[in-house]
Design a protein around this ligand. Structure first.
Ligand SMILES: Cc1ncc(C[n+]2csc(CCOP(=O)(O)OP(=O)(O)O)c2C)c(N)n1
Ligand SMILES: [Mg+2]
Length: 290
């Protein structure tokens, strides 16, 4: 495989950056209002989700039942504030609902659940989202042919779950080229550094060895890839599933160190309020008849 670097134009990069900042701000606002949540886990993936939402995701939030909608699965379900911030950016929920996160009776639970029409499955048990995502992708290839793509956001510590690699193997076997896993390589698990740290290529090479295409990405764009020069992997088949491992940073909050896992970040809230943008973004609708 020849690895591919993401090199957006400056204008588009600015758009992604602005959207990512908005997602971060709203993640922090929601968790601060709740008094709990996982703001840093949400913030680290904001750049990845901003690019996905602006450029790739095809989803009609007004018609969540549309069978051609893409599927977005937050396998790292504890980053739900980021998902809810995306819903707000897409105009699917309003600010009041965003700030109802984790309150009794709110649809915005601590982890995503299908009480929301845009959520396929309840996630939060790590290692669960990709196997289910592979199943949804397989359905589109076999029993109900559909043009949708399945996008799974996984944590880097989550990649230590064996079920993830079972799904990798099955997805390659079934040539699920409609499945993409995005790995948020923020270097940290619940209580410390992961086995592979920021070595994005470790994840990419593993994905390649399972017959997937891999696209290592560095984020934010100004930072260099600590993993060094990308090495080649065997060329995947045109029908390979794909993975994007993005180097990210939980210290997209003002704190270089990770705070207590799940702790709210009130000081981060103060910092990011200044950069908050009211702009909203609606991802493209899918095409085709239901
Ligand atoms: C199967 C399972 N084991 C343990 C947990 C508890 N847990 C919640 S978040 C977390 C750390 C996740 O780290 P990572 O996947 O890297 O996500 P990050 O928070 O860094 O984005 C753990 C161990 C869980 N949710 N599910
Ligand atoms: Mg992590």
């Amino acid at each position: 495989m020849a690895t591919t670097a993401i090199t957006p134009t400056s204008t588009r990069r600015e758009l992604w950056h602005e959207l990512a900042q908005q997602l971060r701000v709203d993640s922090v606002r929601a968790t601060a209002a709740a008094g709990s949540g996982h703001p840093t886990s949400a913030m680290s993936a904001a750049d990845l989700i901003a690019v996905l939402a602006e450029k790739y995701l095809r989803y009609d939030f007004d018609r969540p039942e549309h069978p051609n909608n893409d599927h977005l699965i937050f396998s790292k379900g504890h980053a739900s504030p980021l998902l809810y911030a995306l819903y707000k950016a897409a105009g699917a929920i309003d600010d009041d609902e965003l700030l109802s996160l984790r309150q009794f009776g709110s649809r915005l639970e601590g982890h995503p659940s299908p009480v929301l029409p845009w959520v396929d499955i309840a996630t939060g048990s790590l290692g669960f989202g990709l196997p289910v995502g592979a199943g949804i992708a397989l359905a589109a290839k076999t029993i109900d042919p559909r043009p949708y793509r399945v996008w799974v956001l996984a944590g880097d510590s989550e990649m230590a779950e064996g079920s993830v690699w079972e799904a990798f193997e099955h997805a390659a076997h079934w040539q699920l080229d409609n499945l993409t896993v995005i790995v948020d390589v923020n270097r940290l698990g619940q209580s410390g550094e992961t086995m592979h740290g920021w070595h994005v290529m470790s994840y990419a090479e593993r994905a390649c060895s399972f017959g997937w295409a891999a696209f290592p990405a560095v984020s934010p764009p100004s930072r260099t890839n600590r993993a060094g020069t990308a090495r080649s992997c065997p060329i995947p088949t045109p029908r390979s599933p794909s993975s994007a491992a993005g180097e990210t940073c939980e210290s997209a909050s003002p704190h270089r160190r990770r705070r207590q896992h799940g702790e709210r970040t009130s000081s981060a809230l103060r910092c990011f309020r200044a950069t908050r943008s009211g702009r909203t973004k609606r991802p493209a609708a899918p095409t085709g008849k239901p």
